[in-house]
Unconditional design. Structure first.
Lengths: 334, 464
């Protein structure tokens, strides 16, 4: 009897994706807000708030990608071709944004160019990720083990909606991160930005929650038939409570609570999508078990992962601890 | 004629991997060099090693950062452009690629930060240890990615289940027949590449009379390493070639430009290969030497491509020329290494302006040799992605059109042409600045304990 590693790998992959969404989410959000920050000094504080951590956050994208490839290769080989261009655009935007971070300190002359590359790159990468999410929820055309649609199947109103939704979502995370890391006028500005983004996020959550079951009867049945409706009702109820709490936190003098609230909203949305699609990893075609790699493959990678992952997490926690508190003038770029 | 998605995907792959490989070609050797410098400083306490380590660590940080950024692109290529290959091989190859990523990150996150910003925060031995671990980490990355590549060249340890490769024996998969040879040949090539860059930078500084002690140390260390590893590399290359002859004879036939089987076979120095006619035009041959090199006997048989059906031939021109460039560079390198030692023994190394100029001239040759070696082995593997088992034409993503790939390739070209020249110019700026002439007591600007590798390099950069 071979041990079934699929649940464990599902958990690890979900963890990697959620970690990526929250952590690179806030620094992509900060990147977008950078384009709107009031004044040169504020901009530099905004940038310094993510300087020490952003590239570590981005590496989780590789974990997510390689984890999907290694644990559920069938999902990788169907989904990635289907979102060929969103992935391409996302990667190039991330590259541009990454080098902009480094190069904008070199020459004043080209600084404006790299400044723009930084916030536009952040916005484009976020939008592309939202499109991938939308395409994922809508499902893919597949026959046998291959994607059979075209490279532009992802262009749908729903995917464009989720693209914009994620921009508000990351914007909310980024603004809440700034509330946590800054003081005075800039903090007040971040609170206003966060409230604006929160409204956008809530509109998006409601829109997606109505649109998805209307388009997919199976998902509607899962949520709205008895007794499921009883078991699942807490999901929307808790989401609504968090939303109210988040608004309260952003209109009062809270500093850490808004960020936690934003993470909570992401977590509830994540759970909502998981409930809708479970147990599919290639929506409406293949389950997690059907798409899984051989147990020998999963076991071989698990050994190293169980050793390296905790070390990486501890190191990451330590580096956030080192940079805790408000952004200081003597840290980061000048 | 419109290129099909297979050809365009191959071009795209060649474009992103060629830029990417330049960075590990440099950072693998540089990480080990820094570890040696740190070790020498730890044990001797001489300030010159301290200055050199700081100088090269700043440059290392920039190239490592660019390596990570261009490396994020790579795993996604397997899904976007090569989904059928990925579907067939993922069970075997993906954990090795995942280990490469995990270990690269493990090293970046934990030890590079200490190396860059930790001089004051950790004891001296821990700083040396961090340098060792960074070097070890780059070697582990090379280990896993070359194991992956070697398996595609000489696959074993698998079972076929419904047309897909399923792992049967992980030890056999990782240590497949070409892997030890490829690993040693590549890593030695990376070390040589770095040594020539170090020597070239030393010569440049020395000719301007700057950082004299430091630049002399760079040149001397590089020369002492090269006189050992360049001859070794020629030996390793020969062994790697014999291994290829055993497992991938058609690749060797392409490298040799040999269409017809011959015994004894001549060595073709030059010619214009014509795959369609199956002949080498304007060939310049040296009799018998081909047999001697490949079979180590005077009249051994060397198989020509016509032993195989034409649909199993690799295109001859690229491996044929790339191999000759690589070997030519190897011979130039050997000459430079010997000349340097002779001058050093006669005590005339520092007055020989011509030699210092030569060092500058040959500094980038290692990169060309690495890329040519890579072209030789990868194009020589054609028309297969998994040698003899999966064809390149059957590996590409079925949903892609030529327009799709042409568009993505154009975007990669544009972005890389902005990113890489800017990064290289940035590193050149750090080189121009030279080692800082401060000792360990007064140096070290490490108030902000950032773990951003670029950041201190920028802060210490010329315009800050």
């Amino acid at each position: 009897m071979v041990l079934d590693l699929v649940p464990l790998w599902t958990f690890l992959l979900a963890l990697a994706v959620f970690y990526y969404v929250v952590f690179d989410g806030f620094d992509l959000g900060v990147g977008m807000l950078y384009g709107f920050a009031p004044g040169e000094e504020a901009r530099s504080t905004v940038m310094n708030s993510i300087a020490p951590v952003w590239d570590g956050n981005e590496t989780w994208l590789v974990f997510g990608g390689l984890g999907l490839l290694a644990a559920f290769p069938l999902a990788f080989t169907i989904i990635i071709p289907a979102v060929y261009f969103p992935i391409l655009i996302m990667l190039l935007a991330l590259v541009f944004r990454g080098v902009a971070f480094e190069f904008r300190f070199k020459h004043a002359g080209v600084r404006r160019f790299w400044d723009r590359a930084f916030w536009v790159g952040s916005a484009v990468a976020t939008f592309a990720q939202g499109v991938v999410l939308g395409a994922f929820i809508q499902g893919f055309k597949a026959e046998g083990r291959h994607f059979t649609g075209t490279s532009f199947d992802w262009v749908t109103p729903f995917a464009l909606l989720t693209g914009i939704a994620l921009m508000f979502g990351y914007g909310l995370l980024g603004a809440c991160w700034l509330v946590l890391k800054t003081e005075g006028d800039l903090q007040e500005w971040a609170r206003r930005a966060a409230r604006l983004c929160l409204i956008g996020v809530l509109v998006a959550i409601v829109a997606v929650s109505i649109w998805t079951p209307l388009e997919h009867p199976d998902i509607a049945r899962r949520w709205f038939t008895w007794p499921n409706i009883g078991f699942l009702a807490p999901v929307p109820v808790i989401t609504a409570l968090i939303a109210v709490g988040e608004w309260y936190a952003l209109t009062h003098r809270q500093e850490l609570t808004p960020f936690l609230g934003a993470v909570g909203l992401f977590l509830m949305s994540f759970i909502g999508i998981a409930i809708s699609l479970w147990p599919m990893i290639v929506p409406y075609h293949y389950t997690l078990w059907e798409a899984a790699s051989s147990s020998s493959t999963q076991a071989f990678l698990l050994i190293g992962t169980l050793f390296l992952l905790p070390v990486i997490l501890m190191y990451t926690a330590w580096s956030y601890w080192v940079f805790r508190g408000k952004v200081r003038g003597d840290l980061g770029y000048h | 004629m419109m290129l099909d998605p297979v050809e365009l995907s191959r071009l795209q792959w060649a474009w992103v991997i060629t830029w990417h490989i330049l960075l590990p070609a440099f950072t693998v050797g540089l990480a080990s060099y820094i570890a040696v410098l740190e070790g020498l400083y730890f044990f001797t306490g001489r300030e010159v090693f301290f200055r050199l380590s700081g100088f090269w660590t700043r440059i290392f940080a920039v190239s490592f950062g660019m390596g990570v950024v261009s490396g994020i692109i790579m795993p996604f290529q397997f899904g976007t452009n090569w989904s059928r290959f990925t579907d067939a091989t993922a069970d075997v190859l993906s954990p090795m690629m995942a280990y490469e990523g995990l270990m690269a990150f493990f090293l970046e996150a934990s030890f590079l930060g200490v190396l860059l910003f930790g001089r004051r925060l950790v004891p001296a031995w821990a700083h040396f240890f961090a340098a060792l671990m960074v070097a070890f980490g780059t070697l582990l990355s090379a280990f896993w990615i070359l194991a992956t590549n070697s398996w595609m060249q000489t696959p074993q340890g698998y079972q076929m289940v419904d047309g897909r490769f399923v792992p049967a024996d992980w030890f056999a998969i990782v240590f497949n027949p070409s892997f030890p040879y490829r690993l040693v040949h590549n890593v030695t090539g990376f070390y040589i590449t770095t040594a020539f860059v170090v020597m070239g930078v030393g010569a440049w500084l020395l000719r301007r009379g700057r950082a004299v002690e430091d630049s002399r140390m760079m040149i001397r260390m590089a020369l002492d390493l090269l006189i050992v590893i360049v001859p070794l590399q020629i030996f390793f290359g020969d062994q790697h070639g014999l291994n290829t002859l055993e497992y991938q004879p058609a690749k060797v036939a392409a490298i040799e430009g040999r269409y017809d089987t011959a015994a004894p076979a001549p060595l073709t120095l030059f010619g214009i290969p014509d795959d369609r006619a199956g002949t080498m035009r304007y060939a310049v041959d040296v009799p018998v030497i081909g047999s001697l090199i490949l079979t180590h006997s005077w009249n051994g048989t060397v198989k020509g491509l016509k032993e195989w059906p034409p649909d199993q031939w690799p295109p001859v021109a690229l491996p044929f020329f790339a191999f000759r460039i690589m070997v030519g560079i190897g011979l130039i390198m050997l000459g430079v290494a010997i000349a340097g030692q002779v001058l050093q023994l006669r005590g005339r190394l520092w007055d020989s302006v011509w030699f210092l100029r030569l060092c500058q001239l040959v500094a980038p040759l290692g990169f060309i040799a690495v890329v040519c070696g890579w072209i030789t082995t990868e194009v020589g593997r054609q028309p297969w992605t998994v040698y003899g088992l999966v064809r390149t034409a059957d590996s590409v993503t079925p949903s892609l059109t030529s327009t799709d790939v042409a568009l993505s390739l154009a975007l990669y070209v544009i972005v890389y042409l902005v990113m890489f020249p800017t990064g290289i110019a940035f590193m050149a700026g750090l080189v121009r600045r030279g080692p800082q002439q401060q000792d360990s007591e007064t140096a070290r600007v490490e108030s902000g304990r950032s773990n951003r590798p670029f950041e201190d390099a920028v802060r210490a950069g010329p315009d800050s």
